[in-house]
Design a protein around this ligand. Structure first.
Ligand SMILES: [Zn+2]
Ligand SMILES: [Zn+2]
Ligand SMILES: [Zn+2]
Length: 280
């Protein structure tokens, strides 16, 4: 195990999973046929001396909590010290109800989210009851301010991402080293480039490799930066770049694809489950 504190990648794909729900494309079929290709929904674990925390409560939360405990060498029945929410889209919150009566029935698990996101969760079922019954305790994040998880300074960074009910944040996590974690972005803005530049490692939205990948009529309604464009926008930075939140259409999911090799040729990487990132 790595020196404490450290982060660990617990999931690397877009909200709908991989294989993607209801999809029979060649890529998803390959993942059905070969379990080694399957991936969990994007999430990052944080391990500090006294406990573990997890960014986003995905539909794969149960397996991810188990992996996190195994990797951290901690008992799997130790509830997370915090669940940090980036935003309210399905893949980032659907795991929360598993902490309630039908699942873990945890007591007082802190959920960190922006005021707007917390307000939505605390007012709408099936999330509201989790707070009412004491399984979860809301902790509102103040944008631009650090919160601490033991030796980790954690700063929520507001980012642009279509938000129907709440807002969206990325997280800057810092001890001796720093990570910028931004699984969902509408684009690589000047502000985002600055955040990437000032971090040692940036784990960022790689939903699509190319803009035209999503052949749906509503493709323009799901804006994400394309890896092909992001690569040139950040190529000059010293930061180690890792792409996550991959859509099932993304060719870099294929370990042998030329697109994955093109990313690696620039010294960047496609996120892998179980990968540790030291923060000490
Ligand atoms: Zn997402
Ligand atoms: Zn598919
Ligand atoms: Zn989203």
């Amino acid at each position: 195990m790595s020196d404490l504190p450290f982060a660990v990648i617990l999931g690397t794909v877009q909200d709908g999973g991989y294989p993607h729900i209801g999809c029979a494309c060649a890529s998803c079929s390959a993942a059905v046929a070969d379990p080694q290709r399957r991936r969990r929904v994007a999430s990052l674990g944080l391990v500090v001396r006294g406990g573990m925390a997890i960014i986003d409560a995905t539909p794969d939360l149960s397996a991810q909590i188990r992996s996190l405990a195994e990797i951290a060498g901690r008992p799997v029945n130790q509830p997370p010290a915090a669940v940090l929410i980036t935003h309210l889209h399905a893949g980032h919150i659907l795991g929360l109800p598993l902490l309630g009566r039908e699942g873990w029935a945890s007591t007082g698990t802190p959920v960190w989210a922006t005021e707007a996101c917390l307000e939505f969760l605390e007012r709408h079922e099936p999330f509201a009851g989790l707070f009412r019954h004491g399984h979860l305790v809301g902790r509102a994040l103040t944008l631009g301010w650090d919160t601490a998880l033991e030796e980790l300074a954690i700063q929520p960074i507001p980012v642009h991402h279509r938000s129907e009910f709440g807002d969206t944040v990325a997280y800057r996590i810092e001890a001796g080293r720093s990570i910028f974690y931004a699984p969902d972005l509408d684009g690589i803005t000047v502000d985002v480039v600055e955040q990437i530049r000032s971090a040692d490692v940036a784990i960022i939205d790689g939903t699509f490799f190319r803009k035209k990948e999503l052949r749906r009529d509503d493709a323009s309604s799901v804006p994400h930066p394309a890896i092909a464009d992001t690569m040139s926008a950040v190529a000059q930075l010293d930061t180690k770049i890792v792409f996550t939140h991959l859509n099932h259409t993304n060719p870099t999911l294929d370990p042998e694809s030329r697109e994955k090799k093109a990313v690696e040729a620039l010294g960047m990487r496609i996120a892998q489950e179980g990968e540790l990132i030291p923060l000490a």
